[in-house]
Design a protein around this ligand. Structure first.
Ligand code: KG4
Ligand code: ZN
Length: 354
């Protein structure tokens, strides 16, 4: 079933052409360069970018798939969660096409699409049950996933998402936006890996919730040379020392310790969930899943777990893209889910427990 996927929840304008899990095209136009100087996404700028670029992305997606708009049999569009002005562009295009082509429409939850993105372009359907970890700029949540695209929320962040913590720490360290890739690179260059220990928030034994605002504050206090408030936080009476190369090295060490702390809590909680729910598969998705150190940590933990296996999307499918919306939209459509022309943008759309 040839499906047109549309994604405009944040700062990526995505249009794809897919059929089942086969991806004919997956066009992403990003406005990330326009947000860099603000240290985060500016909703107004993101919305205007979608309006300008979405028809270009549609044209490119059809052309590179070698398909015509009349071949499309289903329109799938992200209807939340996300920035309302951004979502509206994609939904408006989806509704117009659905109306004018007389083809069905389905609204897709962006977080769910990240959750299943490890199975994009794979021939085999996901094997159930599994624990799903969505770790992006807007969300950090664990799900129990059972047969037929059904899932139950097991835990989520109580404050910042993990990607958001990367972005905020990059802003504190003046490393630019988005924070993930630049902090990952900086951490790899650290030469003094045991110097700083930031506090880990586990929120109690067997808790599957996350918290990342404490570490962000600990980094801020460390940089300012103040004792952090969190118990066990490092005390740096001088803040970032030195100039030039020395200063750079200090930043690399901070990035390393910050990253280890965040990633360890993701890995620990995902494996705890697998253990508590007696599941042998963990599937990770979302922008932070592109992180090589996270993949390495999952692999290492899997080796010592006595049979748990971790699955990651290809890196190109970690970040926001329309292929994940199209593929999941078609699966849900085939399972009887439908949307109508009253489909609305839902900035706080939640994943329904099913
Ligand atoms: O999934 P995504 O494209 O958008 C949301 O749905 O939020 O994720 C974007 C987030 C940003 O916070 C970005 O800093 C983070 O993913 N990210 C990374 C990496 N690449 C992107 N975080 C850690 N390491 C990376 N390599
Ligand atoms: Zn996303």
């Amino acid at each position: 079933m040839l499906t047109l996927g549309i994604e405009t929840s944040c700062d990526e304008t995505g249009v794809s052409v897919t059929s089942g899990r086969l991806i004919y095209s997956n066009i992403v136009s990003s406005s990330v360069h326009l947000h860099k100087k603000y240290g985060g996404v500016v909703p107004e700028i993101a919305s205007r970018f979608h309006v300008e670029y979405i028809l270009g992305a549609l044209t490119k997606a059809l052309k590179s798939a070698r398909k015509e708009i009349k071949d499309i049999r289903l329109i799938a569009a992200t209807n939340g969660p996300g920035l309302v002005g951004a979502l509206l562009t994609g939904i408006s295009l989806a509704k117009s096409l659905s109306y004018s082509l007389s083809v069905p429409l389905i609204g897709v939850n962006h977080v769910l699409a990240h959750l299943y993105s490890a199975f994009l372009s794979e021939e085999k359907a996901p094997k159930y049950p599994f624990v799903g970890l969505v770790v992006s700029g807007g969300h950090t949540a664990l799900f129990y996933c059972s047969d037929g695209y059904k899932q139950k929320l097991l835990g989520q962040t109580q404050d910042d998402a993990a990607g958001e913590a990367y972005d905020k720490v990059a802003k504190i360290l003046k490393l630019g936006y988005p924070g993930g890739p630049v902090i990952e690179k900086s951490a790899q260059l650290s030469k003094n890996r045991n110097k700083i220990k930031f506090p880990k928030a586990y929120l109690g034994k067997d808790s599957l919730d996350f918290s990342f605002s404490g570490i962000k504050t600990a980094v801020l206090y460390y940089v300012r040379g103040m004792p952090a408030l969190a118990p066990g936080a490092p005390l740096s009476p001088f803040g970032i020392r030195g100039t030039g190369r020395a200063r750079r090295q200090e930043i690399n060490d901070i990035c390393y310790s910050f990253q280890e702390t965040v990633l360890d809590s993701l890995v620990d909680k995902a494996f705890l969930a697998a253990e508590l729910y007696k599941v042998r598969r963990i599937v990770v998705g979302g922008g932070v899943a592109a992180n090589s150190r996270l993949r390495e940590k999952f692999e290492n933990a899997a080796k010592f777990s006595g049979g748990i296996k971790a699955y990651f999307p290809k890196k190109e499918y970690c970040m926001d893209n329309a292929a994940m919306i199209g593929v999941l939209g078609e699966e849900l459509y085939k399972r009887g889910y439908r949307s109508d022309l009253y489909l609305s943008a839902e900035p706080n759309l939640e994943v329904a427990n099913a």
